[in-house]
Write a protein that binds this ligand. Sequence first.
Ligand SMILES: CCCCCCCCCCCCCC(=O)SCCNC(=O)CCNC(=O)[C@H](O)C(C)(C)COP(=O)(O)OP(=O)(O)OC[C@H]1O[C@@H](n2cnc3c(N)ncnc32)[C@H](O)[C@@H]1OP(=O)(O)O
Length: 147
Amino acid sequence: MCDTAIQDLYAEEFANCFGCGRNNQHGLQLKSHWQGDECICRHTPKSHYTGGVPGFLYGGMIASLIDCHGAATAAAAKSRESGEPISRFVTASLNVDFVKPTPIGIELEIRGKATEIKNRKVTVALQLFAGETLCATGKMILVQLKN
Ligand SMILES: CCCCCCCCCCCCCC(=O)SCCNC(=O)CCNC(=O)[C@H](O)C(C)(C)COP(=O)(O)OP(=O)(O)OC[C@H]1O[C@@H](n2cnc3c(N)ncnc32)[C@H](O)[C@@H]1OP(=O)(O)O
């Protein structure tokens, strides 16, 4: 696994995101790492992010985890393909399927893979696991910000 998180390579002006900005002291500060042929993010949500039934995670938080990790996956995949430094991608489209209720209290693992890279546009497929259980999947289209 690469030691440096993708988000720690974002330019300073793009490092303020609530979900993954290293400069956002009130945010989740998610970290994503390239491993093999995919990108991995691990996070244990706090209990107040419940969806209303204690012990289960709010769907909006699930979407946030997928969203930020998808952006990191796109940035890493594009950088690996082009040989250029990590750049910032933003979400143009985000689709989430909630497969099973997601428990709070255990570490979640989100796995991302780029399925298509076309110029500034990257398509990413994501899976969110709680232990061995697949709880959600995502499909995203991300666009590289222009310089
Ligand atoms: C300090 C500098 C500040 C800079 C400001 C940054 C603001 C960042 C915003 C804050 C974010 C904060 C972080 C967050 O929270 S990210 C979550 C929230 N996301 C946003 O707020 C993004 C808002 N949208 C936009 O800014 C623009 O629409 C973007 C940048 C996404 C594209 O507009 P842009 O003019 O750059 O590109 P383009 O229109 O030439 O498209 C390029 C390619 O992508 C394809 N495509 C596009 N959309 C879709 C779609 N929905 N489905 C399928 N495909 C889509 C399009 O067909 C084309 O493909 P192709 O025809 O070449 O094959």
